[in-house]
Design a protein around this ligand. Sequence first.
Ligand SMILES: *Cc1c(COP(=O)(O)O)cnc(C)c1O
Length: 437
Amino acid sequence: MKTLAIMGGEPVVKTPLQFYKSVGDRERLEVQKVLDSGCLSGYVGAWGDAFDGGPAVKEFESNWRQVFKCNYAIAVNSATSGLYAAIGACGVGPGDEVIVPPYTMSATAMAPLVYGGIPVFCDIEADTFCLDPDLVRKEITPKTKAIIAVNLFGHAAKLRELRQIADEHGLYLIEDNAQGPFATENDVFAGTIGHIGIFSLNYHKHIHTGEGGMCVTQDEQLALKLRLIRNHGENAAIPAGLTDLTNMVGFNYRLTEMSAAVGIAQLAEAQTHLQGREETARKLSLTIKDFKGLTPPMVRENCRHVYYVWAMKFDKNEIGVSRDTFSKALFAEGFPNYVGYVKPLYMLPMFQKKIAFGAKGFPFNLSQREYYEGMCPVVERMHSEQLIWFPNCVYQPSHKLDDELCQAITKVYESRAVLRDLENKDSLSCAGSGNRN
Ligand SMILES: *Cc1c(COP(=O)(O)O)cnc(C)c1O
């Protein structure tokens, strides 16, 4: 057997990984059109023709509606803005509860707070890493107003079931679909099953506009509120015909014409961008499918996983070495990987100290909810023991790279006895892997 790179052997991955560059001629052309027009933003913050932005924003939204089969698409300058607008549009107010998973990018849980809402953290399923519908049911109280489901790593949460729960209880289901464009559940696009779905267009996501986001909905009234919150709603709510002025404090969440132009091109090429990543992920999953102690990411029946991240589960007892050692050995072979994903969000100082706005504890002082270690055991286990992930979306995929990554993981797995000896000798140096929060 070849010597492990962590012990001085030759790394399997020979070519350094290239960061994915998806921007090309098509983007250049679209941006050039905007530059030639001289109008870099078509927005005016008052009700009227220019309230919804310029031609590139409108074209981008129209294309998005067609591609994702939804009635309304509202472009924003980030998914974070989109989530905040969604919470506002759903009428969440001080003390209202919003059920969220703790295993996600922090913005998911910040969104309720912005309107004085209380994030209620609910545990995930150990196979999909997404909200567990049965546990969601248990968290519903008369104060609950909405659920934010996150389609984590590019795989749909149990969206139909969550939508059913929401409808049964008169709640809104918001989908944080930042990581899952083109993911599907039963041929329906993730992002379009909830009342509002949010997509991210930041540089690290599947398709991007540098910074940007998109909100989608089938509901005319929600769409109107999203548009108002995006663009100084306080000025426009009455002329727009709104009678309920809840949460009409408007922001400036407007996407520029140049970003929208890039988005038009990115959306047109999206399937090409996704394809290579899905192939990498499928090959990795196939490689480890019979490796006892490693579990490839689950793809539920009739779902499309778009693999923003390829995440496997690691069983220390089966493998016989610690997750850190395994991860470092993989890293040394040239396979970039991280352990744990994010710390459960309720462990953030904001929740532990219950300080968000001002010094008096608002909005936590409106709630009896507590945030403590142990509240979501599945998430904690994934974070501290089980998850190893590859940032699939970040790299330029190629068949050669796929092969080398698969060989790297096979080599490390097959050398686990060697790693075990090494660990017993307690002589491991820190080889560069880490916990990337
Ligand atoms: C990236 C991401 C966001 C935030 O996206 P931005 O466009 O950077 O604001 C929100 N939620 C999840 C799950 C994400 O991965």
